[in-house]
Design a binder for this molecule. Structure first.
Ligand code: ATR
Length: 280
């Protein structure tokens, strides 16, 4: 049976992952079978089982399945364990090994592509779901000074911060207190609020300083609302999740095929088709 790869999620029809992995495979001269498979959280265990039975060797997992995927893995990388969330599955014998490459993908996009120096920065993380949990430890590893986590449901922000276990550097605050938190060099939107077409972000302007970069982990329509706020608030840089998407895919690809693809041409091609929210 030839190995199969796939991305699972719901909805999944518009996922760019099959295209990205096909482009990487062409670069490396690898023949690749990588498809998109729609699955609900309830149906995911069975879908993954049948994928494995038909030659499934690796998978990416996107919303809303990252935490369900975690529960279906037998072994993990330490960063996946910390996040309680996986986006990359690797078949090992008769079980799945889980990793999360979102965090390293984000950091690589910000530092290599956008040439941001994260060291010593104050960072505001909006959200405490699977995506937020994947990126928080990677931001701390990149040398930021302080991570303030704010979530609509405050208990989830507390849990995230507790899991990180660096009380001096990572702390949780209430959404209602955003006005009192001072300013940040990096503001990361890891909420899924922008996926609602009616969404509007109304965040205090006091969060922004002359250096602030605003990052939405989403791309396309889902990033419009947050980046529109960032533009109106005169943030210095605005970054959507397209670069992170390509970088996290490269890290998954590397684990499955033991070679790191060149992300720049793939990113450039996708960027040409996906203008940053608000750009012509
Ligand atoms: P993902 O895998 O994309 O992280 P998730 O785990 O479902 O998705 O997490 C969604 C995140 O977006 C959560 O932090 C959620 O806040 P709650 O924990 O309070 O649910 C946040 N979120 C979703 N809709 C939101 C909204 N309208 N306003 C603010 N936060 C929102």
């Amino acid at each position: 049976m030839s190995p199969r790869y796939a991305v699972f999620g719901q909805p999944i029809a518009h996922s760019l992952s099959p295209h990205i992995h096909a482009a990487f495979a062409r670069q490396e001269g690898i023949e690749l079978d990588y498809t998109a498979i729609e699955s609900s959280p309830e149906g995911f265990a069975a879908a993954l089982e049948s994928f494995a039975a038909s030659g499934g060797a690796g998978a990416n997992v996107t919303a809303p399945l990252k935490e369900t995927a975690f529960a279906l893995c037998k072994t993990f990388t330490s960063r996946a364990k910390l996040a309680g969330s996986v986006n990359t599955l690797l078949r090992k014998g008769d079980y799945w090994h889980g990793d999360t490459t979102d965090g390293v993908g984000l950091v690589r996009d910000l530092t290599d592509r956008h040439e941001l120096d994260l060291r010593g920065r104050r960072v505001l993380l909006l959200g405490a779901g699977g995506s937020a949990r994947s990126v928080a430890p990677a931001l701390l590893d990149a040398g930021i000074r302080e991570l303030v986590v704010v979530n609509r449901t405050p208990e989830r922000a507390d849990e995230l911060v507790d899991a990180i276990g660096e009380p001096g550097r990572a702390l949780s605050r209430y959404w209602d207190d955003l006005r009192d938190l001072g300013d940040f060099e990096l503001i990361v939107n890891a909420t899924s609020a922008g996926r609602d077409r009616e969404a509007k972000f109304e965040l205090p302007l006091s969060l922004v300083n002359t250096m602030t970069t605003a990052v939405d982990l989403n791309y396309g329509d889902a990033a419009v609302a947050f980046l529109a706020w960032a533009r109106a608030a005169s943030c210095r840089n605005m970054v959507d999740g397209l670069g992170m998407l390509v970088e996290q895919a490269a890290s998954s690809f590397q684990q499955w095929h033991e070679v790191r693809p060149d992300t720049d041409p793939v990113y450039a091609e996708l960027r040409a088709k996906n203008a940053l929210a608000g750009e012509e």
